[in-house]
Design a protein around this ligand. Sequence first.
Ligand code: AMP
Length: 114
Amino acid sequence: MAEKTLFQKIADREVPADIVYEDDVAVAFRDIDPVAPVHVLCIPRKPIPRADAVEPEDEPIVGHLFTVARKVAAQEGLEDYRLVVNCGEKAGQTVFHLHVHLIGGRDLGNMTSG
Ligand code: AMP
């Protein structure tokens, strides 16, 4: 069996983290190096390595991550927030277990315009 990813170890509570939400499909925990007052990583329990490894059968899992992000945002009192997925090293991905960054709690501007 492949070695567990860091984030699998967090989901399995083998590595400590501040878990803010979990269910059968996904786990959400606070980023260890937050870039905003709220910075939570939403991950599938399934160790999909990166966004371009998502297969058609994974679509419900990936869609569920948006639901988890919405629930955590509500828990955290966020009305507006940013969701980010880095795919590959040149895009800044450092942990190869699919994760959606939920970032909020400050004015984030618009990183995709201009
Ligand atoms: P990315 O750069 O998109 O792969 O994001 C990986 C994120 O995981 C970074 O924002 C890191 O700060 C975060 N991270 C790394 N190790 C841990 C950990 N042990 N607990 C929580 N977050 C972590």
